[in-house]
Design a protein around this ligand. Structure first.
Ligand code: GLC
Length: 537
């Protein structure tokens, strides 16, 4: 890989949900030591960086996204020394480490909030968003919590309500208060000084709320079948306010002040034009926002060739000059890709993720083809399942199955969530031995991507859609590659733009030379072709 390019432009990120990766002490919950024990697996797989979801001290109302101390480690995950050890071990093996930063809200048990709610005159009162109720006792605005109901909680002790965009246990910080920015920037420095390579910033587009406290309008695009309940209102005044970008830029400046390529990944569930804005930069100017504002469009898309082709083009066209694209198929908040689109399509989806232009983020377990796991009612953990049945996220957060040993090698205790029922066969050890497994396909894709500049940093160009076959080129210099994906359950013809070598296919035994005529793709097959130089377009 070229030395001049920042690692996050060519590398692949792997998301670790720490509760579910590897337990080292038998309490049924994964921990930092467990992650350290599994680093060799990640090196073997061929990823470049891990992003670890929150491990800070927390009452776990939202499994760590309710932080009670930004500069510590919850005992369930280990100690700060364990973190330092994990970071050093990862660096020694050539892996970067990104951590989750949760700036929008704290836990209601955070000492800052305890002080803030103690009295109206407390110096930290204004660190959170306190408002009077309306004259007839209604909430200050009609804003809705992502987890259901009003986003305001009335606090009888001081006679005002506080804003919580998520659970009442997650009060929103007031980022218009410079003191809040100052302490939160100190938190970033604390971790940067320890050596982390960057942050994934939680709900980055939520940081600033309307200064006039206007009600949100109804959302004409609300679709009861697809939209989460809080989207009955358009969050016009409660999210993605223009001032948010100013904070993003100051965060970026802070990161830029550190040596090495420290990266800022932002959680941004936004329309394409808006998420492009989070890269920052005025016309022609240097990009001064987030390096990688998450692009979740593949999670939301209808899985067919025309739709995916159109969205890749729309996204590519919307990016400012020099912006690094990024792609995601799954995370801890969405149904697993193999369940969303069907296990038979999961292999081609992995080819798509790892051959598009841009930085891919791979969700742990997706390389095994893990599906959502049905959670019996008595084992439900996610608070969202309790307030919004059917929207819970436990099914995609189940433990990583490592082997056919007890509890899949994840723990010697009782796993905090049930394992995938097919774990005796769907686990790392079994898939490592099976040359036809999705795990080995993913590893081969990662190796090819790493070896080939066209695949990790080449240009992207659509070759259009023919029936249900989507095809595109990746090019750098004289190295030209074509990727073709059959989205249908029927075989289909791919008319290759030039002859070439079939370097990789989702069909395990396929290889060889492809002539002018192209090739017949099997149902759901995806292929990666190295095109011959002579005669290439
Ligand atoms: C983000 C996290 C999600 C969490 C929410 C509130 O969307 O990814 O897991 O519940 O923020 O912090």
């Amino acid at each position: 890989m070229s030395k001049t390019e920042e690692w996050w432009r060519t590398g692949v990120v792997y998301q670790v949900y720490p509760r579910s990766f590897q337990d080292s002490n038998g309490d049924g919950v994964g921990d930092l030591k467990g992650i350290e024990q599994r680093l060799d697996y990640l090196v073997w797989l061929g990823i470049d960086a891990i992003w670890i979801s929150p491990f800070y001290p927390s009452p776990m109302a939202d499994f760590g996204y309710d932080v009670a101390d930004y500069c510590g480690v919850d005992p369930i995950f280990g100690t700060l020394e364990d973190f330092d050890s994990l970071l050093a071990a990862a660096h020694a093996k050539g892996l970067k480490v990104l951590i989750d930063f949760v700036p929008n809200h704290t836990s209601d048990r955070h000492p800052w909030f305890l002080a803030s709610r103690a009295s109206r005159s407390n110096p930290k009162r204004d660190w959170y968003l306190w408002r009077d109720r309306k004259p007839h006792g209604e909430a200050p605005t009609n804003w809705l919590s992502v987890f259901g109901g009003s986003a305001w909680e009335y606090d009888a002790a001081t006679g005002q309500s506080y804003l919580h965009s998520f659970l009442p246990e997650q009060p929103d910080l007031n980022w218009r208060n410079p003191a809040v920015e100052a302490v939160m920037f100190d938190v970033l420095r604390f971790w940067l000084d320890r050596g982390v390579d960057g942050f994934r910033m939680d709900v980055l587009w939520y940081l600033i709320k309307d200064d006039q406290w206007r009600d949100n309008p109804a959302n004409p695009a609300f679709d009861p079948a697809r939209s989460p309940p809080h989207m009955t209102l358009d969050p016009l005044y409660s999210a993605d306010r223009p001032e948010t970008l100013q904070i993003v830029k100051r965060m970026r400046r802070l990161l830029d002040g550190y040596p090495g390529d420290r990266v800022m990944v932002g959680e941004t569930y936004l329309p394409i034009a808006r998420l492009a804005a989070y890269y920052g930069g005025a016309a022609g100017g240097r990009l001064d926002g987030a390096h990688l504002p998450f692009n979740f469009k593949l999670i939301q898309a209808e899985w067919n060739a025309a739709e995916i082709d159109a969205l890749i083009r729309r996204y590519e066209a919307a990016l400012p000059e020099g912006a690094q694209p990024n792609w995601v198929l799954g995370n801890h908040d969405n149904p697993r890709v193999a369940s969303r689109i069907g296990p038979e399509r999961a292999r081609a989806a992995m080819v798509l993720l790892l051959t598009l232009r841009g930085t891919p983020t791979l969700y742990y377990g997706d390389e095994l083809g893990l599906t959502d796991v049905e959670i019996p009612p008595h084992r439900v953990q996610d608070p969202r399942e309790k307030t919004q049945p059917g929207h819970g996220r436990d099914p995609e957060r189940t433990p990583m199955p490592w082997s056919s040993e007890t509890e899949a090698g994840f723990t010697v205790g009782e796993p905090w969530l049930p394992l995938n029922p097919d774990w005796p066969t769907r686990n790392v050890e079994a898939e490592r031995e099976d040359t036809a497994s999705l795990l080995n396909l993913t590893r081969a894709l990662l190796a090819l991507r790493r070896a080939e500049p066209a695949l990790h940093s080449g240009s992207w160009r659509s070759l259009g859609v023919e029936g249900e076959v989507l095809a595109y080129m990746r090019v750098t210099g004289s190295s030209r590659w074509a990727v073709a994906i059959n989205f249908s359950g029927e075989s289909a013809r791919f008319a290759s733009p030039a002859p070439g070598i079939l370097e990789l296919s989702t069909e395990p035994d396929r290889q060889g030379h492809i002539d002018e005529g192209g090739l017949d793709l099997a149902p759901h097959e995806a292929v990666v072709l190295r095109l011959d130089q002579a005669g290439a377009p």
